[in-house]
Design a protein around this ligand. Structure first.
Ligand SMILES: *Cc1c(COP(=O)(O)O)cnc(C)c1O
Length: 377
């Protein structure tokens, strides 16, 4: 089989040394050997989360950690604010509705992100709101939210700021402690360069206080149990042992590269993609486009339904299509995780080949040339 190139905003490409570590015999999790791995991974997670607080590992996809934040912070009938500006914002809405919370929804168009002033206004109108649920990188639309600006507002309020950073952590800047973000949630299959199956959550003092009094029902995702176990470098239930072994390897790689260098690499590769697609005459969907996932408008006359399929099946490069109302109207390309300049150039080559197949008229090679020129600078 020809090696496929994955340029999707999750799951992302897994480095070979991380893949190889999953082929080792299964360790038992109640052993000093596994606890040492767990301890090292837990410590390095704090570095990627940019926090001094513990980071809890959960065996679930990212959504499990989103749900755990809701059920561990809230009690029945609590008033909460949630931002709905894309598929993942919608998930916060659905979660809050599932638990019958008194929901204040901030609905914004998908082609931009929420502004700190909009959060400020919602909090002024609802001073009794207990939690504000937001998304760092709205993967469905490519927008990156001004979390620093929002945290400035929530810091001086009683509301707890929860950030879904599943697709943004270890990709674009998020300084949890420095910015004063109360809760950050992430998952394994995006910036962490791992298979899906692990989720992470960190909470500061303010959030943990709320956790102590939260009365929504919970069992598997009861974070009080998780915190107690984490002190002894273990988990209440059998964890995804193999993925934690892989996590430890991936985190060593990330630490060696350095968080600032990781942010810079994602910015450089994302910018190369933007320059490349713009040189082909294409336009970006989101006015707050960031470095996690780039949503590109499908040009007029091109069959958006065929675009992703052709790139994958004919040219072995996987992009993501549009979700919901954006289906067929955009494609999404991401340099998230284990991606280098060669992958980006390959990706742009695939874009050019598919556009040519689908009858779009442009000067061949121009997108690749723009990216190469940018990367050479
Ligand atoms: C991928 C992603 C999730 C998590 O989805 P799962 O499929 O549950 O892992 C949540 N939020 C955002 C912004 C994402 O990109």
């Amino acid at each position: 089989m020809r090696k496929p190139v994955l340029l999707t905003p999750g799951p992302t490409q897994v480095p070979e040394e991380v893949l190889a570590s999953a082929s080792l015999p299964i360790m038992h999790h109640r052993t000093p050997q596994f606890e040492a791995i767990f301890e090292e991974a837990a410590e390095n997670l704090k570095y990627i989360f940019q926090t001094e607080n513990p980071v809890i590992m959960l065996t679930s996809s990212g959504t499990g950690a989103l749900e755990s934040s809701v059920i561990n912070l809230c009690s029945p009938g609590d008033k909460v604010i949630a931002v709905n500006g894309g598929k993942f914002g919608e998930r916060w809405i659905e979660l809050c509705q599932t638990y019958n919370l008194d929901l204040v929804e901030i609905t914004i168009p998908w082609h931009r992100t929420v502004k700190p002033e909009e959060i400020e206004k919602a909090l002024q109108e609802n001073p009794d709101a207990k939690v504000v649920f937001t998304t760092l990188s709205e993967t469905s639309s490519g927008g990156v939210t001004d979390i620093e600006g929002i945290a400035k507002i929530t810091r001086s309020s009683s509301a707890i700021l929860v950030v879904d950073a599943v697709s943004g952590l270890g990709v674009t800047p998020l300084y949890t402690d420095k910015w004063g973000v109360d809760v950050v949630v992430s998952g394994s299959q995006k910036g962490f360069m791992l298979p899906p199956g692990l989720a992470f959550i960190t909470m500061n003092e303010k959030a943990r206080k709320a956790m102590e009094t939260s009365t929504l029902p919970k069992y598997y995702f009861d974070l009080k149990k998780a915190y107690k176990n984490a002190e002894k470098n273990t988990t209440p239930w059998t964890p995804a042992i193999s993925i934690i072994v892989q996590l430890n390897i991936a985190l060593r790689m990330m630490k060696e590269e350095g968080i600032e260098a990781i942010y810079a690499r994602h910015h450089q590769l994302s910018e190369a993609i933007r320059q490349g697609v713009k040189a082909l005459g294409l336009t970006l969907y989101n006015e707050d486009t960031g470095d996690c996932c780039i949503a590109v408008n499908i040009p007029k006359g091109v069959d958006g339904g065929k675009f992703v399929k052709l790139a994958r099946d004919k040219y072995q490069v996987t992009f993501a299509g549009g979700q919901g109302s954006l289906k067929g109207n955009i494609f999404r390309i991401s340099a998230m995780g284990n991606v280098g300049p060669n992958d980006v150039i390959l990706g742009l080559a695939a874009i050019e080949r598919v556009l040519a197949d689908l009858g779009y008229s442009f000067e061949k090679g121009k997108g690749i040339a723009a990216a190469i020129d940018y990367l050479a600078k």
